[in-house]
Design a protein around this ligand. Structure first.
Ligand code: DC
Length: 456
């Protein structure tokens, strides 16, 4: 079975340990609290009154320490030279000392291989400060879990009071702010969000909602990874044969069906294709067409030399026959109007693998059979992937598309390079709107030209 590593980092008191423990239990992973390792070292240092500023003493101290993790009833226990110190390390003094000692490079180096070894042998959720950035930079899922300082202090305070400790909220908040500052400003492996980590803020979320959110982040990431990665090292030989057969038949269906549909389009609709040479032969690409009829994906797909994966509205997948055909033709469902994250992630996965994505930016067929207003989804995908766009105009003379009677013209325009869209970070709504407008304007210009040339 494949080993899955999930990294959860974040400041103290963000609820990492309770949330990560519950997620691990629900998902069947072991949970590793790496803070406990630093705490065990801090406890040892406090007992021997070792000063974190005395580097020779720290080096010497590490020689006498053996830290191990054991699991009792699925719960992590920390053993310091064989002694179970799991409960003794949860005091405010140990918290402060752990923060000081964790800033020291020899201490971090001392614990690094222990953490990596555990992750190499177990599917686990590991929480800490530098898991995604240093310990497991290749983790399958990376999450940065945080909450406001006041909310984190409130949670910690309640936890300590419930354990019978004498503390005040003010003390906890002040300690926490200092630790936050120290943990994120230290030179060695400071606390920071990894670039590819998903940010989860639990300030306004209760425990259940946070657990559910993190589980869904994990599922999405892992499903996406599953779709993108080659089957070789993950599947048994039997599964591999089945996978390859399915891939082959789907591909074969596509390759056989498309010439037929091409002919059908030609026979039923008198389709004229223009500019097919404008489609680049390789690399990630978005094909964006206006939408006038249910036949559009076929008009566009059958004219393409490259295999196209079209986003299609979810409703058509409800009919088993249509579903079988369109899935065979590589379409995938998108639920409209709800910002479908799954479809979005799927689209990103395709483009990351240099495939061709087909989109009708308007989302729905236009009532007057000419290009209309589009949503910004296409610009969001372009911003996230850097893919270029081939605009496609589908023209039927402003009339409904009817078999044997309608002349359809499908024109593939010159490539719109991603850089021309003026997208900087892909988050500004105004930028996304203007990029979408640029694409639709190009389609409309082509459509008007076709209309001039072919209408009579
Ligand atoms: O998560 P915690 O509060 O139990 O962690 C105790 C201290 O250890 C905290 O101040 C930060 C530090 N730590 C770290 O530097 N790197 C980790 N991976 C985990 C904890």
């Amino acid at each position: 079975m494949r080993i899955v590593n999930i990294a959860i980092d974040g400041p103290s008191g963000a609820g990492k340990s309770t949330i990560a423990r519950a997620v691990a239990k629900a998902e069947g992973y072991i949970y590793i609290d790496t803070g406990a390792l630093y705490r065990a070292i801090a406890l040892y240092a406090l007992r021997g009154t070792v000063d974190p500023g005395d580097s020779a003493a720290v080096e010497e101290m590490l020689k006498g320490i053996r830290v191990e993790l054991a699991f009792r009833d699925g719960e992590q226990r920390v053993l310091l030279n064989g002694e179970d110190v799991s409960d003794l390390i949860r005091t405010p003094e140990v918290s402060m000392a752990a923060s000081a000692f964790s800033a020291l490079p020899p201490v971090r180096a001392f614990l690094l291989s222990l953490q990596r070894d555990i992750a190499a042998q177990n599917s686990c959720i590991m929480d800490g400060r530098d898991i995604a950035t240093v310990v497991l930079p290749n983790a399958d899922v990376k999450i940065f879990l945080t909450a406001s300082p006041e909310e984190r202090a409130r949670r910690r305070y309640e936890e300590l009071i419930a354990r019978g400790q004498q503390v005040t909220y003010e003390e906890i908040l002040a300690d926490q702010k200092k630790r936050d500052y120290d943990d994120s400003h230290r030179a060695a492996a400071p606390l920071k969000q990894a670039e590819d980590a998903v940010l989860v803020d639990t300030t306004d979320k209760d425990f259940e909602a946070s657990v559910a959110l993190i589980r869904s982040v994990i599922h999405k990431r892992l499903t996406r990874e599953e779709k993108e990665s080659p089957p070789a090292e993950k599947k048994s030989p039997r599964e591999k044969v089945r996978y390859n057969f399915k891939k082959f038949t789907t591909h074969a269906f596509y390759l056989i069906a498309m010439p037929f549909t091409f002919l059908t389009c030609k026979l039923l609709y008198r389709v004229t294709y223009i500019g097919r040479e404008n489609v680049p032969k390789k690399g990630k690409l978005i094909i964006a067409a206006n939408h006038i009829s249910g036949w559009d994906p076929v008009f566009v797909g059958s004219a393409m030399v490259r295999v196209i994966h079209a986003m299609a509205k979810e409703e058509i997948f409800h009919n088993w026959f249509v579903k079988a055909v369109v899935t065979g033709l590589n379409a995938f469902p998108v639920s409209r109007g709800s910002g479908d994250r799954r479809a979005f992630e799927y689209a990103l996965g395709l483009l990351e693998r240099d495939k061709v994505l087909g989109i009708f930016p308007e989302g729905t067929r236009s009532k007057d059979y000419r290009p209309g207003r589009a949503k910004s989804g296409i610009a969001l995908i372009a911003a996230a992937t850097g893919a270029d766009i081939v605009p496609v105009a589908i023209w039927s003379g402003g009339k409904p598309v009817r078999a044997f009677r309608t002349h359809v013209v499908v024109e593939f325009g010159p490539v719109i390079h991603n850089g021309e869209l003026g997208l900087t970070d892909g988050k500004k709504a105004s930028e996304l709107r203007s990029a979408t407008r640029k694409i639709m304007d190009r389609i409309e210009e082509m459509w008007e030209k076709i209309d001039e040339n072919y209408s009579r």
